[in-house]
Design a protein around this ligand. Structure first.
Ligand code: GLC
Length: 740
């Protein structure tokens, strides 16, 4: 409807009805169950609150959406439809790899198309807003939610994926297609101290703006319709109560005027943070910060009216929040079609998991996997003639779609073993489980949720499984081991301090390697693992992450050479947990370890290197490539001009393949210290064996801007180093001067 009748609708609403629009409750409040003892009572909401609330959390399914919406509208005085929001993070029934894998494609263009597929499936089943993408910058692999972050440790890469994912989700939104994107978790959640879940975030405003805010800004610039507040504090003020962050930065500086929703129960948690004595105070702080929707508590529902009556907040603040919610519902066309195009679950079924969608998920998974090690070129494997064994807890498991793949249709997934059968034929290789993902003790630490993923309770006797596998592999010359962490050992509440493979998995690798077998480890995990212990026993290491619905086929594609691996890391892999947090864009410090500073008194550790086992941007392929002839077309750059850096990429064979050519810049002298290098561009380049290709990048003054000593954003004249490489360490360099 036009703005005028929408404004008129707002004017007709009672204050109770306006407050109702600011409350989000979960689907179990609409199940018709016993309100008195059900989940609604747990959070203190009443049937009246439910009948007035504005949006619903995590209900999907066209029939269910119709049932709830119809029942709600039948009781709604002004017929304002519910808005249905859900966590559709990297797939609905067709699941793509977890975002840490998506980022390793370095292919935002492909991901934008894949997220259109995700949106098409979710929209058909009634999703109107998705709580995705999460774009938190992450530099500490101990934090479990690194699995959800496509940009990894880099703000530039994170920004490219943020805009691609938002655009993919919201393709066709004005025509009733797609889903509105709610970017999260604003802001800085990934910088939790110690990688400890929900922990304090504390850093300078400069670092916050320079390294952590850019991906959210990119999502807003891509027109993300909503933003979700994060659980953490920012400058000792919880984000959900942080007016500087939510109003001054997000709304005033960045121009965001859509609805701002809290993360789960975050308003109530303001009391735990110790910034609110009671729910009234918590509600006032959140509303003053211009937070519009209270997810899953009764704070707004039961405090806001009282706060108005006491003059502690104004009804205008409620009107403004309600207006943003009504405006989004109107933008999504809900007043004209409360179901937003979703008809029935049967109709939705017809578009799920089509061959085209499954094929795109497989192509994406092929690109997401990162080949970390390939000693003696043991990969790719021959499809015939070899004596092959397939071993490990993930060899014949469908638990490889990842933690947020809540709605994945696993009937379309095949295991690695099933994919091997398709390639080699059943019985053409030896199979043995080898061990469980976790031993009984470690499994016990996961608590009650463990039974929902990972393949169930482990056997008491892991040694028996190992011995059985060793025996079964006696005649094999090559063993593929499918290993990794439990799905619930990463993701939300999945912070860990030990990032190595479980003991029985390491024992399995050692025992098979000691038999003289070539050992190829395929790793399923949601984070960089510490692989130092198994390195001597693994001839090849393939990082598969959580590869999604088509993950089994994609592993076979890579192992048998039907796909040439092109994945490149978005997070540095630590050699030991003690190096964390770990990232390539380090500051030089006063004693940079290197040519001018050696010996004891340099930046570093006595017992570990300054950089990880595998660096940001790293990954192997089945071809080798070389860079040469880095040239700049000018030595001096002025504002408004373009400097072109070009380099020659040669595919030295033996097969065609794709490289990610990466551009980094280093500001040699600034009013504040500047990172030794920062990613400023990249290009995926596919070449034939033997082909030489010129790759060029354009450098402008805008790319050199940063948060300066006086906290203004701009560039400063001086020398800049240019690095172009195939990862953040293997680079060629040149320099230029920026002049005012
Ligand atoms: C969770 C997560 C957030 C998710 C929300 C709704 O706690 O932090 O990412 O979107 O709750 O499920």
């Amino acid at each position: 409807m036009d703005t005028a009748p929408l404004r008129q609708l707002l004017d007709e609403m009672t204050i109770d009805e306006k407050i109702g629009q600011l409350v989000q409750l979960s689907g179990d409040c609409f199940g018709g169950g016993d309100i008195a003892t059900g989940p609604a009572a747990k959070i203190g909401v009443t049937q009246e609150d439910i009948d007035r609330c504005g949006s619903v959390l995590n209900v999907l399914g066209a029939d269910e959406i119709h049932r709830i919406q119809d029942a709600y509208l039948a009781k709604s005085r002004l017929h304002i439809p519910l808005l249905f929001m859900a966590d559709v993070i990297y797939g609905y029934q067709t699941c793509y790899p977890s975002p840490i894998g998506l980022g390793c494609t370095w292919d935002p263009e492909m991901i934008e198309g894949d997220y259109q597929v995700v949106a098409e499936e979710a929209h058909a089943d009634g999703c109107m807003v998705t709580f995705s993408p999460a774009v938190d910058v992450v530099r500490d692999a101990r934090w479990g939610r690194v699995v959800e972050m496509p940009g990894g440790e880099d703000p530039y890469l994170g920004s490219r994926f943020a805009e691609a994912m938002v655009k993919g989700f919201q393709q066709g939104l004005d025509e009733g297609q797609g889903v509105a994107s709610c970017v999260k978790h604003f802001a800085g959640y990934g910088a939790a101290e110690g990688g400890r879940e929900y922990n304090t975030v504390d850093m300078s405003e400069r670092r916050f703006r320079q390294d952590y805010l850019p991906p959210y800004k990119a999502a807003i610039d891509a027109d993300a319709k909503m933003v979700m507040t994060s659980f953490n504090t920012v400058d000792e003020v919880p984000a959900t109560a942080n007016r500087w962050l939510m109003h001054d930065v997000l709304r005033e500086e960045w121009g965001f005027d859509g609805p701002l929703i809290t993360d789960y129960a975050a308003i109530l948690e303001l009391m735990n943070h110790g910034v609110a004595a009671d729910k009234d105070e918590a509600s006032k702080l959140a509303l003053d910060a211009t937070v519009d929707i209270d997810m899953k508590t009764d704070c707004y529902a039961h405090s806001l009216k009282r706060l108005v009556e006491k003059g502690r907040i104004s009804e205008q603040q409620i009107d403004e929040a309600c207006w943003r919610v009504l405006s989004l519902k109107n933008e999504l066309g809900l007043f004209e079609d409360p179901y937003r195009g979703c008809t029935t679950s049967d109709a939705a079924r017809a578009i799920m998991c089509t061959p085209e969608k499954l094929s795109s998920a497989r192509a994406c998974a092929d690109e997401a996997m990162v080949l970390l090690r390939n000693e003696g070129q043991v990969l790719p494997l021959a499809k015939e003639g070899g004596r092959l064994a397939l071993v490990g807890p993930y060899a014949d498991s469908k638990e490889i779609v990842g933690m947020w793949a809540i709605h994945a249709d696993r009937s379309h997934s095949c295991t690695v073993k099933e994919a091997f059968d398709a390639v080699l034929g059943e019985g053409a290789y030896v199979y043995a489980k080898g061990c469980d993902v976790l031993g009984p003790e470690e499994y016990g630490t996961l608590g009650e949720f463990a039974r929902f993923a990972g393949g169930g309770e482990p056997a008491e006797d892991q040694e028996a499984l190992i011995a059985e596998a060793v025996s079964a592999c006696a005649d094999a010359d090559t063993v593929v081991l499918c290993l990794g962490e439990h799905p619930l050992q990463s993701g939300e509440a999945g912070a860990r301090t030990k990032l190595r493979l479980p003991a029985q998995q390491q024992e399995l690798v050692r025992r098979l390697h000691d038999l003289g077998k070539r050992t190829i480890c395929v790793l399923f995990a949601g984070r960089p693992l510490v692989l130092t212990d198994i390195l001597p026993y693994a001839d090849a290491l393939l990082m598969a992450w959580w590869p999604g619905t088509a993950g089994g086929e994609a592993v076979a594609d890579i192992l048998f050479g039907d796909a040439n691996p092109s994945g490149r890391l978005t997070m540095s892999f630590p050699a030991t947990e003690g190096q964390l947090p770990l990232y390539y864009a380090q500051f030089p410090t006063g004693r940079p370890a290197g040519k001018n500073h050696t010996g004891r008194f340099v930046t570093g550790y006595l017992d570990a290197p300054n950089f990880g086992l595998y660096p940001f941007g790293y990954g192997l392929s089945y071809h080798t490539s070389a860079l040469s002839d880095l040239t700049l077309d000018r030595e001096v750059l002025h504002p408004g001009e373009e400097l072109h850096a070009s380099i020659t990429l040669e595919n030295e064979g033996p097969v065609a393949g794709t490289d990610v050519v990466q551009l980094y810049l280093h500001d040699c002298t600034g009013s504040v210290t500047r990172p030794i290098k920062e990613l400023k561009g990249f290009e995926r380049v596919t070449t034939e064996s033997g082909e030489r290709r010129e790759v060029s990048f354009t450098i402008t003054e805008e790319m050199l801007r940063f948060w300066r000593r006086d906290m203004t954003f701009g560039s400063e004249p001086g020398r800049f180093d240019v690095y172009v490489g195939l990862d953040s360490q293997r680079v060629l360099s040149a320099s230029f001067e920026l002049e005012a």
